[in-house]
Ligand binder design. Structure first.
Ligand SMILES: C[S@@+](CC[C@H](N)C(=O)[O-])C[C@H]1O[C@@H](n2cnc3c(N)ncnc32)[C@H](O)[C@@H]1O
Length: 196
């Protein structure tokens, strides 16, 4: 069951983590290198081994990565410490975050978490992002827009993404990613949305 921490914890313990790039997503690195974002408090949802969180922290963001798999949190913490990185990692179910981090973050960072949750929870995911962001806060996202049936990863179309987010967010950017890793070429969209 993808909505249980046990399912994901087992994947980490077995080492069947095929989604893991072993590095931050190239699209995030390009964005960070452009210095177009003012650093602030950032939440990385479903942070896994933490490469994206670490990259944002290395560019001056005050980052907390959240994941409900204990092994992911332990490995991400160890990788951050090895790299002398300030990113923190907390074991949390992302759907509980509004209780603890209501209107706290300037940014939410999304990469292969939206595609990992049960699609029936997507509307709730949007609510979480909305509630943990400060007014005018921003979602920076890499969406897995493949069209294969089933999952995880559960694909989503750009049109569906707009439908989920447009009521609460200004869609600043939603476009295909040019520098995906080879296995994901043509199957990712970069999203930059601002809370209305
Ligand atoms: C496909 S993995 C991606 C991990 C990481 N973002 C990456 O790209 O390597 C999805 C991650 O989301 C976490 N996750 C899924 N549902 C979650 C939830 N409800 N709360 C917290 N973490 C969740 C899983 O434990 C897993 O680490």
């Amino acid at each position: 069951m993808v909505n249980t921490s046990e399912y994901w914890e087992q994947r980490y313990r077995e080492g069947t983590t095929r989604w893991d790039l072993g590095q931050a997503a190239p699209a995030f690195i390009s964005l960070l290198q452009s210095h177009s974002l003012l650093p602030g408090k950032a939440a990385v949802l479903g942070s896994g081994r933490g490469y994206d969180a670490i990259a944002f922290a290395q560019y001056g963001f005050d980052v907390i990565g959240f994941d409900f798999a204990p092994a992911a949190i332990a490995e991400a913490t160890a990788i951050a410490q090895t790299n002398g990185c300030s990113a923190k990692f907390l074991k949390r179910n992302i759907f509980d975050l509004p209780n603890e981090f209501f209107q706290y973050f300037h940014y939410v960072i999304e990469h292969t978490c939206f595609c990992a949750i049960n699609p029936q929870q997507r509307q709730e995911y949007v609510k979480v992002v909305k509630e943990i962001l400060q007014p005018r806060g921003e979602l920076i996202a890499i969406f897995f827009t493949h069209s294969r049936p089933g999952g995880p990863p559960f694909g989503v179309s750009p049109e569906e993404i707009e439908q989920y987010f447009e009521a609460d967010f200004e869609i600043l950017k939603l476009q295909p990613i040019a520098n995906s890793v080879p296995a994901r070429q043509g199957e990712e969209h970069f999203g930059h949305f601002r809370l209305i």
